[in-house]
Write a protein that binds this ligand. Sequence first.
Ligand SMILES: [Cu+2]
Length: 201
Amino acid sequence: MSGKSSRMYKVLVLVSACVVFMVPKAFCNGTVTGQVVTDLEKNKEYVVVYLKGVKGSPVTRKVIIEQHHMTFIPKVTTIPVGSTVEFTNRDKIYHNVFSKSEAKTFNIGTYAAGKPKDVVFDKPGVVDILCNVHPEMAAFVVVTENNAAAVSDKSGAFTITNVPAGTYEVGSWHGKLKQNGALTVTVADGAVSHIDVKLGD
Ligand SMILES: [Cu+2]
């Protein structure tokens, strides 16, 4: 099964389970699937799409950003505010991680493999992540106000799960491109809404 159809299958199974069985409400919220639309194929990946004004406290999580083969993996991460990133060096050489962004200014210093370091992202915004040993290394952490956010894959597809019913404004972030105009989406319990996010210069 391809990535896309397996993802679609999972969404369908979840939606069917909500309709047929009395599963807890949190699992029966809606899903937003979408597609990033741009002129260039290479710009479809690493777009963060998020919904504004979703009620409820964000559920924080811990994610890992690796430094491997002289790159940050993944290049783009989105997390709800208050979440933690564990920076892990998987190279034999030393790396550093720092940011001067307004949403998070930090510097964990130069560190070796086997000594991961945690950073808590406590303010919404875009954080540029750099390594002062290797100027070509760069990553981005997009810190959102709620859990309704996702990063697009190579084909430009994304899925935002567990969205409470309602109508929301859609925001997006791409390193270079901007979203073309305002976009809203209406989400219903147990249903899947589809949106196209168009990006331009
Ligand atoms: Cu480095």
